[in-house]
Design a binder for this molecule. Structure first.
Ligand SMILES: [Zn+2]
Length: 64
């Protein structure tokens, strides 16, 4: 699934770039305009509010 991400600072086009940490490799979004780097988790937290909320609900035991 392709998703278009625009920079929160300058609305520039962001592309996914692979970053290497000590133990893991991960993808983050980088702005071609101003160089802002956004971790995928940050994007998920911003756009996945509803999904996280649903997960919290799912984690609560429901009396039947
Ligand atoms: Zn930017």
């Amino acid at each position: 699934m392709e998703e278009i991400v625009s920079c929160p600072k300058c609305r520039g086009y962001m592309y996914s770039e692979r970053f290497a940490d000590f133990a893991l490799t991960f993808f983050a979004w980088k702005c071609i305009n101003c160089g802002t780097v956004m971790d995928q988790d940050i994007i998920d937290n911003k756009t996945g509010m509803h999904a996280n909320h649903m997960k919290m609900i799912a984690g609560v035991p429901v009396a039947s």
